[in-house]
Design a protein around this ligand. Sequence first.
Ligand code: AHG
Ligand code: MN
Ligand code: MN
Length: 327
Amino acid sequence: MTLIKPSKNPILSNYAADAWSADSRHDGLDSVIAAIADGAALIEEKVRAATLADAIGTSDEVNVQGEIVQYLDTAASDAFVDTLSRSGRVAAIGCEEIEGTVVVGDGPQHNYIVQMDPLDGSSNIDVAVSIGSIFGIWRREDGEAVNDASLLKPGNQQIAAAYVVYGSSTVMIVAVENSVQGFTLDPETRQFVLTHPDLRIPEKCSCYSANEGNFDKLDDSTQKAFIELRGKYSLRYVGSLVADFHRNLLKGGIFLYPGDPKSPNGKLRLMYEANPLGFIAEQAGGAAYSDSQRIMDIQPEHPHQRTPLILGNRDVVKQTIAIINKA
Ligand code: AHG
Ligand code: MN
Ligand code: MN
């Protein structure tokens, strides 16, 4: 991975305009990406100062997932709904923290549908461990109605995906077909600049990421897959999907959150965790599967449905799926 010299780094908006506006399927995509970047810069400030800004801790709300809502979950959801709506290019938004469809507009310029996990890794907020935001982007065809069905497009119809990881630095990864680009937030200018051009997942898998605390709940074949991985790779698990995925994208690795007999669909959500990261993994040469099929081929039935998720180095994902499916 060649990092280009800071002096020559194109900023995200210039890159987006040059790289994406040329393709008519992407007209206006640069405005959607810019809206995500603006929201991320806002959230980065809150994340950095969370404890000071009294933005840690939980509200007394419970979200559609049945999880206690952290203040930053709500702040991030509000920030991205605002910036995406004001982009003028987004027709509808699906969000982990919002049960229904956020209908923004159905004009001829509202060409995109965005599904998001505004704050991923909420349990790590109060302990200053890396967290993130995840976005899947679908096209809305001209004249297409904007309603709940807008949020039920399969992952294989995504035209872009992005995530932000608020870590030791704040990095935004943006993928369109055959292109995965990484941008780092410059704390001085508050601009995202290109630092990780043309990302590909390394050939060599270096680690596996899984919550080994769940081992005893797993069925026999999934336990066999875990044992196989233990024997070959180091375990690296942050507990924030975006942070674990980002490390694996840059260094090579596989992330697993499988189902178990009590929760056959596992914990992670199809539309705004598995689909966007599955799109990015595939565009970087990797793979993303549930326990039996390619994540992006799953026909969604509900915007908050869960799925088992195994993603990262293509060969190791395939080997792992094969073991899990051996009865
Ligand atoms: P979210 O904070 O958006 O609910 O996501 C948390 C997810 C994901 O980030 C992470 O991989 C997983 O929860 C960790 O789950 P466990 O704590 O069960 O390992
Ligand atoms: Mn999440
Ligand atoms: Mn979340």
